[in-house]
Ligand binder design. Sequence first.
Ligand code: SF4
Length: 78
Amino acid sequence: MPGTFIDVEVAGEIRDDAALAQALEDACPVDIYAARDGGVEVVEENLDECVLCELCVRAAPAGKLRVRKLYDGTALEA
Ligand code: SF4
């Protein structure tokens, strides 16, 4: 379930990257990512707290993570 305003898409090939999961958890100021069981978990209840800072997009490999703005159809992506 996405948020009302925001959804994030994490590519399958980076979901099990423990180091990246920790980097995303550390980067996001509103705790949308959690490093759990050696992978990336999206904390769905926090999605709509996103402040569009792009720190997660910059922390992830190009093309592997998108922050979708459901309210206007655009997205933040590297
Ligand atoms: S854009 Fe910023 S606030 Fe939104 S999910 Fe990424 S790191 Fe978190």
